[in-house]
Design a protein around this ligand. Structure first.
Ligand code: ADP
Ligand code: MG
Length: 140
């Protein structure tokens, strides 16, 4: 195993319910270090660019609307096997299918407002981190 970095978003449904501290405690409890973090309001262009791979999907417009509906917290997480580990503690995309104890099972409202984003590969993690952070904003 290797030390990796992954990209995380605490989505608008998390900030709306003031769950950022609680979710960060879960992240840190799993052994992942939060090496960069900022609270931002995503622009429509940022949301469309970030979720560009989904632009042909029927939920794309709604997803962009949701992601720009309130503040989000963008983060870089670092640790052993960080990409897979974060996906594991997040749980499945649909909270109804997410394993007990996972972030989405505990906190998510539905398949769209599912509380957190996490990169699905090391390659995408690098691209997603670069989308929101400059190198000197990440302090490992
Ligand atoms: P994940 O976030 O688990 O990697 P995807 O990459 O498939 O999931 O989808 C990106 C995001 O789009 C999801 O986290 C969720 O917010 C939203 N989404 C995915 N599938 C649907 C759907 N069927 N209906 C509404 N929103 C969806
Ligand atoms: Mg995805």
């Amino acid at each position: 195993m290797a030390v990796e970095r992954t990209f995380s978003i605490l989505k608008p449904d998390a900030t709306a319910r003031s769950l950022t501290g609680e979710i960060n405690a879960v992240i840190e409890g799993a052994g992942l270090k939060i090496v960069a973090q900022k609270r931002i309001r995503m622009s429509q262009a940022q949301a469309e660019g970030f979720y560009g791979v989904h632009k042909e999907r029927p939920f794309f417009k709604d997803l962009v609307k949701f992601m720009t509906s309130g503040p989000v917290v963008v983060q870089v997480l670092e640790g052993e096997n960080a990409v897979a580990k974060y996906r594991e503690i997040m749980g499945a995309t649909n909270p109804y299918n997410a394993a007990p104890g996972t972030i989405r099972r505990r906190y998510a409202s539905n398949i769209e407002a599912n509380t957190v984003h996490g990169s699905d590969s090391l390659e995408n993690a690098k691209t997603e981190i670069a989308f929101f952070f400059k190198d000197d904003e990440i302090v490992g």
